[in-house]
Write a protein that binds this ligand. Structure first.
Ligand code: R5P
Length: 298
């Protein structure tokens, strides 16, 4: 097995854990925005794991998808790899897993189809935000699709903190599943979630709190994604108003649009913990061991 991807900390760690050689990819971008990812090594006849991530703070899902599609096709068609597993730790367009308003695309499915058509034998991701699809493997018809939990890595990191009477809180109704998943990995049954209303056109958020006794407790507000930080910031503020002592903002995917981190800190976050599913210097929890254990069994 070969790891093919940028020579960054994530891929170096993954190749070391698996004892697999890392073949670098040079991520060239032309001045007009066109991408030209170049594989710097031989892969003929090999099982390849293509591992590429987006950058937090300046996420460019469209360029990223093109880079991944071009590289998979190149690896299979021209460079004659035997098989390609695409490791996309944060799956772009997953949130558009339904047609919310007439005339919109079903983007998550279209991205899956593009990956299959380019020749991906399998796709591995973490905590895909697919709430309205009952079986997420339905997205793909040919390729294998693995949706791993990013909460295992978060829990591992959270357990290092000496928290007082911890409570895990999701910021909106859908996040009760994330709160439960994190609670299971962390080893507690102290969790719940607020509600949220979002104006579908303006994106404006209103948090609907509920009766919870958070006084003097350390509260871990957990979500899958922080993008603008609005959802998480509202919940942090409410938790503080309800008497929380230390506030931890914990999330899997640090999309972190400009201004979001300031929003979290301004809302009272004492500690920010995310995984490394996107490139971010602040990521404290790594998903590399989870990927490595799945890949070593394949
Ligand atoms: C939405 O349902 C997701 O789980 C997140 O809550 C959302 O994507 C966070 O977005 P933002 O940081 O922009 O509020």
């Amino acid at each position: 097995m070969l790891i093919v991807g940028p020579e960054d900390e994530f891929n170096v760690a993954l190749s070391m854990e698996l004892g697999a050689k890392l073949i670098p990819v040079e991520r060239r971008v032309f001045p007009d925005g066109e991408v030209c990812p170049r594989v710097l090594g031989k892969v003929a006849g090999e099982r390849v794991v293509l591992s590429m991530r987006m950058k937090a703070g300046s996420c460019q899902p469209n360029s990223y998808i093109m880079e991944v599609l071009f590289t998979i096709r190149n690896l299979k068609e021209h460079m004659k790899a035997d098989s390609v597993i695409a490791l996309m730790p944060y799956f772009p367009y997953a949130r558009q897993d339904a047609i919310f308003r007439e005339g919109e695309p079903l983007s998550s499915k279209y991205v899956a189809n593009l990956l299959e058509d380019s020749g991906a034998d399998a796709v591995i991701t973490f905590t895909a935000h697919l709430h309205r699809i009952s079986d997420i493997r339905d997205l793909f018809s040919k390729s294998d699709f693995l949706n791993l939990s990013g909460f295992e890595a978060l829990a591992r990191e959270l357990r290092r903190l000496p928290l007082k009477d911890p409570f895990i809180l999701g910021p909106d109704t859908e996040s009760i599943n994330w709160a439960r998943e994190l609670a299971q990995h962390y080893g507690t049954d102290e969790y719940d979630a607020f509600g949220k209303e979002r104006d579908i056109s303006t994106g404006e958020i209103r948090t609907l709190t509920k009766q919870l006794d958070l006084r003097g407790r350390d509260v871990i507000v957990v979500d899958d994604i922080v993008s603008t930080g609005g959802t998480m910031a509202n919940a942090l503020k409410s938790a503080r108003e309800m008497g929380a002592r230390c506030l931890i903002a914990a999330f899997v995917h640090p999309v972190l649009a400009p201004g979001s981190l300031e929003r979290l800190l301004g809302a009272g976050a004492d500690i920010v913990i995310s995984t490394d599913t996107l490139e971010w210097v602040g990521s404290r929890a790594t998903v590399v061991p989870t990927v490595a254990s799945v890949l070593s069994g394949r």
